[in-house]
Design a protein around this ligand. Structure first.
Ligand SMILES: [Zn+2]
Length: 376
């Protein structure tokens, strides 16, 4: 196993790539999907079961963990990996995105962000330096720069000023992170949907030099067409030989389109969150298990899926436990959804390696289109 952080690309098709991010805690096969473990748990899942779905890496949230139970406490208990019983790689966000969304409770300055906790109203100060310190205390393998992400739509002047602030914070993040062999720091490109601002941001990040590069500021309400429009140029502005991570994306068809455009890493709460509300992501599209038409249906959720929810239970049972708000309903559907996402990523990796990505994507869309008819 590698003692340093690295990235190697083994095959390309069009703009898509497949490869491996290596870290001292294990390899991450790309394109990769990272399940979200907000509060040091992927809700409703044991960590060994998350691993069984095929996940190589989890995402943790700095904002939530700094407030509860606290970064220093987790550090004193052996770090986040030990605390949550996950010995593979962990990526943590910087806290920036969640703090910025506390619109009424925060004050933004050049220095950083002062905010009040959504839990107890206590006052906190998050700066690039403090975010780096917290992520180090957690023991995160991939650390994200502290940045500002404006909600879209926003006017160009606002996007430009925000991007420039984020680039100054990127330099401060780099300086505070220091030299930590085996650990990676990713820069975050901003610039909204403005191609020239995205290029300026990429240039600023390249001159600072990072171990990987995230595309930030998308999936904030702009819609898939605008997001793909941006992804037609944004990944190509970033270094070719480093991993590219599209933050907070997304739905299965968002991921497929972004992989085709050269993105390597993804995270999204959708598979776990929607699982808890009875929505299953499948090859045929999304299926709502709360719907009464599943009440007497003896068929599995997806006959081609090998997850425990599909192997051992009927749609009727899943409908029943979701409607009854039984805990096992959240467990089974979260497991299925995470399994589906990891199968999708494995399919994409195999298709890129085998030179059959175009066929894979055609079939992906065709089955979802058929599925809509079947479900109605
Ligand atoms: Zn399944």
């Amino acid at each position: 196993m590698s003692n340093t952080f690295g990235f190697s690309i083994s095959a390309r098709q069009g703009r898509a790539r497949t490869g491996v991010v290596s870290t001292p805690k294990g390899e991450i096969r790309t394109p990769a999907f990272m399940p979200v473990g907000t509060a040091a748990t992927v809700k409703a899942m044991m960590p060994e079961n998350v691993r069984a779905t095929g996940a190589d890496i989890l995402l943790g949230n700095t904002y939530h963990l700094m407030l509860r139970p606290g970064a220093e406490r987790i550090h004193n208990l052996g770090g986040l990996h030990r605390f949550m019983n996950w010995d593979r790689p962990i990526l943590t966000d910087s806290g920036g995105f969640q703090v910025m969304s506390l619109t009424d409770l925060r004050k933004l300055t050049e220095e950083g962000v002062k905010f009040r906790s959504h839990i107890d109203g206590s006052e906190h100060n998050l700066t690039p330096e403090r975010s780096m310190e917290i992520q180090k205390l957690l023991g995160s393998d991939i650390v994200m720069c502290f940045d500002e992400c404006p909600a879209l739509p926003a006017d160009r002047k606002r996007i430009e000023e925000s991007m420039q602030l984020s680039m100054r914070w990127a330099q401060r993040s780099r300086d505070a992170f220091g030299d930590r062999p085996g650990y990676a720091l990713f820069g975050i490109q901003q610039g909204g949907l403005e191609e020239d601002l995205r290029a300026q941001s990429a240039e600023a990040l390249r001159s600072i030099e990072f171990d990987g590069y995230a595309i930030g500021g998308l999936a904030v309400g702009e819609g898939q067409e605008a997001m793909f429009g941006c992804l037609d140029y944004a990944p190509g502005q970033l270094p070719e030989d480093k991993p590219r991570y599209l933050m907070g994306v997304g739905k299965p068809d968002d991921i497929v389109g972004a992989v085709q455009r050269g993105v390597d890493m993804f995270d999204c709460v959708l598979p776990s969150r929607s699982g808890r509300t009875g929505q299953a992501q499948t090859r045929m599209g999304a299926i709502n298990l709360r719907n009464a038409r599943h009440k007497d249906d003896p068929r599995p959720l997806d006959a081609e899926c090998s997850c425990p929810a599909c192997a051992n239970y009927s749609r009727a049972y899943l409908h029943h436990v979701i409607k009854s708000q039984e805990i096992i309903g959240s467990m089974l559907l979260t497991w299925h959804n995470l399994h589906y996402y990891q199968e999708l990523m494995a399919g994409l990796r195999g298709a890129i390696a085998g030179g059959t990505l175009d066929d894979f994507v055609t079939r992906f869309h065709a089955r979802r289109a058929e599925g809509d008819l079947e479900i109605l």
